[in-house]
Each structure stands twice: as C-alpha cells, then as structure tokens.
Design a protein around this ligand. Structure first.
Ligand code: PMT
Length: 348
C-alpha cells in the first residue's frame, strides 16, 4: 500500500468521480446515514465513522479477478466495539465479509462456532459452559447497541465504492454533527486502481496468452478533500501503515504536514496488534489546517504498547487506543466551542 505521495489537486478527485461509476446502493446508504446521524444529533450522542478492511481493485468489469490486500478488519471491528462502550454511536464502513463488531468473536477464527455450541439430549443447541459467559456478554452488548440505534454498518468491496461511500457518509456526518464527529480511517485503501475506461468488460482470456501486463493508475489522495471539505470541523484520525519501522515517524509527519488534520496512528504490519504510535497534536490541534500542517515537525510522537501479560489474556490494544482518542476528542470539542465563541465575538 505504499507510495511516494504524488501531489493531489482538486481536478484529480473530481475527474476520478466523473469517470468511475457510483455504487448502486449509494442513494439508499445516503438515506440511511441521514436518518442515523439525525438520530444521534437529537439524542446528543457523539459519533465516529470507523472505516475498516481492505479494498479490492477489479481487473474486469464483470469481475472474476481482482487485486486485494491483507487487511482482515480487526482494527476497525475491535475499535468499533470500544467506541460503543465509550458511549459513541458508530458508523461502520467496512469491506464486505471482513470482521464486524461483536460477530468478529465467532467468525474468521481457527476454532469454528462448533467449538462454542453443544447439542443437548433434548434436541436443542446451546452455548457450552466454557463459552457461555463470554457469549452472553457479547450478545448483550450487540443487542444494546442495536436497541439504542447506535450502530450502522455499511459495506463496500472495491476502492471506487469505498471512496464514493466515504464522501457520502462524511459529508452527512459533518453537516449534522460538526466537531462531535470522529473520522477514524483504519481501512487499508488501495493506492492504485484500474480506471473504468481500461477495464476489460468480460473475463480476461488466458488461452494463448504469454502473460498479463496490467498498468494501474494512482488513486488520488482522498484525505485532501476529506479533511478540507467533507469532514469539516470533525476530528480526523488517519492511519499510516509501514513494514519498515524507520519510516513511521517521518511518513506520519509528512501526512500531518500535507493534510493538516489532527492525528495519525502509525503502525507496523508485523507488530500492529501490540504497538501503535500516536503522532500529532490530537485534541490540542487548532481548527486551522494550515497551522496544524506547519506544526507537524514538532507534533508529539507517542508509543502505546500493550503489555505482554494483557496480550496473553486476550486484551486488545484498541482498549488502550480508544480511551486516548476519547480524551483527545473531549479537548477538540472544547476548543471548537471556544473558537466558535471567539468567531461570534469578532463578527458582532
Ligand atoms: O485490518 P487489520 O488486519 O486489523 O489491519 C489494520 C491496518 C494495519 C489496516 C490499520 O491499522 C491501518 O494501518 N490502516 C491504514 C492502512 C493504509 O492504507 O495505510 P497507508 O499508509 O497506505 O495510507 C495512509 C492513509 O491514507 C490512510 O488513512 C488512508 O485512508 C489514506 N488514503 C489511502 C489511499 C488513498 N488513495 N487515499 C487516502 O486518503
């Protein structure tokens, strides 16, 4: 997923949307999101958009083959649970069939659901004694989130779908929720794609072929319009994934300098479940993108490490990350209120 960050200008993402078809479910998603965020606004609940999982890059319009990446959606699904626990509403924009909050405990595991269930002599099926307490807790939390209308899950598969949905969701959240929204961009988004104009319509034939050459184009950096336009006033958290730990600091600061948002969470592929780095001014960021960008070099860089004993007990690193983010978001909301009051005084 890495890349020497190419310059992005407005034309690039406008052209991208003009040339790539919108997903068929865009309008129905937009309507669901509008109703969801309107409800959170009425009940006064802070809301986080969690993006999660990998994006595919189809090689054919009637897709048989596609490029993909490693992301299972663990970070996103686990974070979503912790945000719900912290009282947030969660808009979970996730790759189809990747991990989802709560159900993740029973899918994609080496031990299937059959290790959790038992057949009784009376012809019933029940959770066995070993797993009953945990299953009860998971089920209760899931049902509570749904009953409170605090969780909305939206699916994508391709990188094009992801970007259309990201725009639709973020703009509606920003409009309704302003500084009360967090944008937590944990999805592993492809940096390259095959434009619609060069996609084969049908399955690429292999008979007689000596090989397959595919030239991909760069996907524009959508953090530019997201931070500047779509998620205005919100608290934006991007992620930075590297395999070389030596690059984490510099690449994270480069992202802060480029987008002027509030926080980068940097992680290394091999250690991402044990350690992450928080890079940025977080809640102390100012509401001026250019000023945040100018301060990128002096932004704090802090490691959050899951102690080995907690890891052995099955504790998630997200249980450390989310409370940190909630504290930063508290500060961000307070700054936004002060900035608004000051604006009011100036314009009077
Ligand atoms: O799902 P798991 O298996 O649990 O793994 C979690 C994770 C490693 C995927 C997650 O923690 C993570 O790091 N996600 C971001 C991965 C990624 O895309 O990193 P990147 O360095 O390639 O991109 C950096 C940022 O640019 C991302 O926030 C992305 O949203 C953004 N981006 C990417 C491509 C693009 N065209 N436009 C963008 O704005």
């Amino acid at each position: 997923m890495d890349h020497a960050d190419p310059p992005t200008n407005d034309d690039e993402y406008t052209r991208f949307f003009a040339s790539e078809p919108a997903p068929a479910h865009l309008a129905s998603v937009a309507a669901q999101v509008e109703a969801f965020v309107a409800h959170q606004r009425v009940v006064g609940r802070r809301t986080v958009l969690v993006t999660s999982g990998g994006t595919t890059v189809p090689l054919e319009a009637n897709t048989v083959r596609f490029l993909d990446n490693f992301s299972a959606g663990t970070r996103g699904a686990t974070s979503a649970e912790h945000f719900l626990e912290a009282g947030y509403a969660v808009l979970f924009l996730h790759r189809q069939y990747s991990l989802r909050p709560f159900s993740r405990h029973y899918t994609h595991t080496k031990d299937s659901i059959f290790g959790v269930l038992e057949a009784t002599a009376e012809g019933q099926v029940q959770v066995n004694a070993e797993h009953a307490a945990f299953a009860h807790a998971v089920l209760t939390k899931h049902h509570a989130a749904m009953a409170r209308k605090a969780l909305l899950q939206i699916e994508f598969t391709t990188v094009v779908e992801y970007l259309y949905l990201l725009q639709a969701v973020a703009t509606r959240m920003a409009e309704s929720l302003g500084a009360n929204a967090i944008y937590y961009l944990a999805a592993a988004v492809s940096d390259f794609y095959l434009p619609r104009t060069r996609l084969a319509e049908h399955k690429i034939q292999s008979a007689g072929a000596k090989g397959l050459d595919v030239r991909l184009d760069p996907v524009p950096k959508f953090l530019v319009p997201l931070v500047r336009d779509w998620a205005a006033d919100g608290f934006v958290v991007s992620f930075k994934l590297e395999t070389d730990p030596a690059l984490l600091d510099s690449k994270s600061r480069a992202a802060l300098a480029r987008y002027g948002h509030q926080l980068v969470i940097a992680n290394q592929l091999s250690t991402r479940k044990r350690v992450v780095y928080l890079v940025g001014h977080g809640g102390d960021a100012v509401h001026d993108r250019a000023e945040n960008a100018a301060r990128a070099d002096s932004a704090p860089f802090r490691a959050l490490q899951l102690p080995a004993d907690l890891e052995a007990q099955g504790v998630d690193i997200e249980s450390l990350m989310v409370p940190e983010l909630v504290r930063m978001h508290d500060a961000w909301i307070a700054t936004a209120a002060t900035a608004k009051a000051a604006d009011g005084e100036v314009s009077e």
